[in-house]
Design a protein around this ligand. Structure first.
Ligand SMILES: C[S@@+](CC[C@H](N)C(=O)[O-])C[C@H]1O[C@@H](n2cnc3c(N)ncnc32)[C@H](O)[C@@H]1O
Length: 212
C-alpha cells in the first residue's frame, strides 16, 4: 500500500498520509480559518496585496498554486487569476475545492475569477501567449531545519511533494517573459538570486518584488 492515498469522502476529495495521525489534507475555501482570513486579513493591507500591486481586474499568473490560498485571496480582491499546478493530485484537490466553492454564496464571485491549469509552469511560461500583469512564484523551498512556521495542511503538502528541485529554472522562465511584475514568495531568510526592486517581510515569509 502506498503511503499517500487520495480518498473520496462525503465532504469531497482528500489526501491521507497513512503514516501520520494528522487529518487528511482537504482544500476548503469555506473553512472557518480561511474565511476569517478572507474577511479580516484578505484585504488591501495584506503583504500579498501590496506585493502584487492590487487593483481591480489585475491579471495574475500564479505559477505554483499549491493549496490555492494565495490565488483565492487575490481573486477575492478582484484579480483574475490563472493558477498552475503540476502535481496531478494537488490539481485534483484544487479542482474539487473550486467546484464546492462555486456552490457557496460568499465564494462564487471569487471562484469565477479563477482558472486552474494542470501544467508545469516552466513549459507554460515558455509558450506564454498572453502576458499577465503579474507572475507569482511560491515554490517549495528546501527545508533547512524543522520549521515551526510550517503547520497543518502545508506540513502534509511538504511531506507529500518534498521540495521543488527546479526553482532556478522556474525563476529564469518567469524572467524570460515580458511580464512587468514578478513576485517571489520565499522563506524570510532565504537568499535571492537577484536583488529585488523591493521586499516585504513577514515573520516567516518574504515577498521579493521585481518591477520592470
Ligand atoms: C508552497 S506551494 C504553493 C502554496 C500556495 N502559494 C498557496 O497559497 O497555497 C508550491 C506548489 O507549487 C507547485 N509547483 C512547484 N513548481 C511548479 C511548477 N514548475 N509548475 C507548476 N507547479 C509547481 C508544487 O507542486 C506545489 O503544489
Amino acid at each position: 500500500m502506498s503511503r499517500f492515498q487520495l480518498q473520496s469522502s462525503a465532504s469531497g476529495l482528500r489526501l491521507a498520509d497513512t503514516q501520520s495521525r494528522q487529518h487528511p489534507l482537504q482544500i476548503d475555501f469555506a473553512s472557518g480559518q480561511f474565511s476569517y482570513r478572507l474577511r479580516k486579513g484578505g484585504g488591501k493591507q495584506e503583504s500579498l496585496a501590496k506585493a502584487v500591486g492590487i487593483k481591480q481586474g489585475l491579471s495574475v499568473l500564479d505559477c505554483t498554486a499549491g493549496l490555492g490560498r494565495d490565488s483565492f485571496l487575490l481573486a477575492s480582491m478582484g484579480c483574475n487569476v490563472t493558477m498552475l499546478e503540476r502535481s496531478r493530485v494537488m490539481a485534483l484537490l484544487l479542482e474539487d475545492a473550486l467546484r464546492r466553492a462555486k456552490n457557496h454564496d460568499d465564494l462564487k464571485v471569487s471562484v469565477n475569477r479563477i482558472r486552474l491549469v494542470h501544467a508545469n509552469a516552466i513549459g507554460y511560461l515558455a509558450a506564454l501567449e498572453q502576458v499577465p500583469d503579474v507572475i507569482m512564484l511560491d515554490p517549495m523551498f528546501p527545508t533547512r531545519k524543522k520549521s515551526a512556521h510550517v503547520k497543518g495542511e502545508m506540513q502534509v503538502l511538504q511531506r507529500f511533494l518534498g521540495s521543488d528541485g527546479d526553482i532556478e529554472e522556474l525563476f529564469a522562465a518567469a524572467l524570460a517573459t515580458s511580464c512587468k511584475r514578478l513576485v517571489v514568495k520565499r522563506p524570510v531568510s532565504e537568499k535571492s538570486e537577484l536583488s529585488p526592486t523591493f521586499s516585504l517581510k513577514g515573520s516567516s515569509t518574504r515577498f521579493d518584488v521585481f518591477v520592470r
